[in-house]
Ligand binder design. Structure first.
Ligand code: SIN
Ligand code: FE2
Length: 216
């Protein structure tokens, strides 16, 4: 049977200065990305972290790569060791690294080599309040954010929390890249709606790639 969408090329949508949505860019690699998530989760399981304000996050998180992001009652930090297992975070699978590199290049950020990948898992109702990604010392490197599984509404604002927000649906395979002028722009994810996805079941997953060290 003829599948009209099988050969559809990814397309780009400008989001803000320095920011672009690469629609379906990760679609053809989704199955191997899920294999990678399963292998990582078997070593460093998903957990609900505590914010410095004492709240338990609704999004479950784990990491892969040299450095992993976490939060506890003392603050946010990047560390080489998973505080739950006491072992190093699982290495970043080469398919993750390549996808991130290719997406960054397609968005105009050539030569991006992430050393940290935060993996977010959203169940029904899970959300990420408006925030900036600002725990990285080298703000010349962009953020590459990959959506897998159930769709969610992404909010993207400006440099100030009070700036107007764009609301966009991020779907399976979409990649958002932001850097340059928009590197510190506020963003968040609205509460996940119930649904079922053939590859992720009742969940949405997000891979956020970052460079967490200063590069000379
Ligand atoms: C994040 O801002 O860290 C994650 C965004 C997303 O889940 O798409
Ligand atoms: Fe973020």
């Amino acid at each position: 049977m003829l599948d009209l969408f099988a050969d559809a090329e990814p397309w780009q949508e400008p989001l803000a200065p320095g920011a672009v949505i690469l629609r379906r860019f990760a679609l053809s690699r989704a199955a191997v990305l899920f294999d990678g998530i399963n292998a990582i989760e078997a070593v460093s399981p998903f957990r609900h972290m505590i914010t410095p304000g004492g709240y338990t996050m609704s999004v479950a998180m784990t990491n892969c790569g040299t450095l992993g992001w976490s939060t506890d009652e003392h603050g946010y930090l990047y560390s080489r060791y998973d505080p739950v297992t006491g072992k190093p975070w699982p290495p970043m699978p080469s398919v993750f690294e390549r996808l991130c590199h290719d997406a960054a290049a397609a968005a105009g950020y050539s030569g991006f080599h992430p050393d940290a990948c935060l993996i977010n898992r959203y169940a029904v109702g899970a959300k990420l309040s408006l925030h900036q990604d600002k725990d990285e010392p080298d703000l010349r490197a962009p953020i590459v954010s990959v959506s897998l599984g159930l769709p969610a509404i992404f909010q993207f604002g400006g440099a100030r929390r009070s700036d107007p927000l764009k609301r966009l649906m991020l779907e399976h395979g979409d990649v958002v890249v932001w850097g340059g002028e928009s590197r510190l722009f506020y963003h968040g994810i609205q509460p996940l709606k119930p649904g079922f996805h053939s590859q992720s079941g009742a969940f949405r997953f997000n891979l956020t790639f970052r460079q967490a060290t200063y590069s000379e």
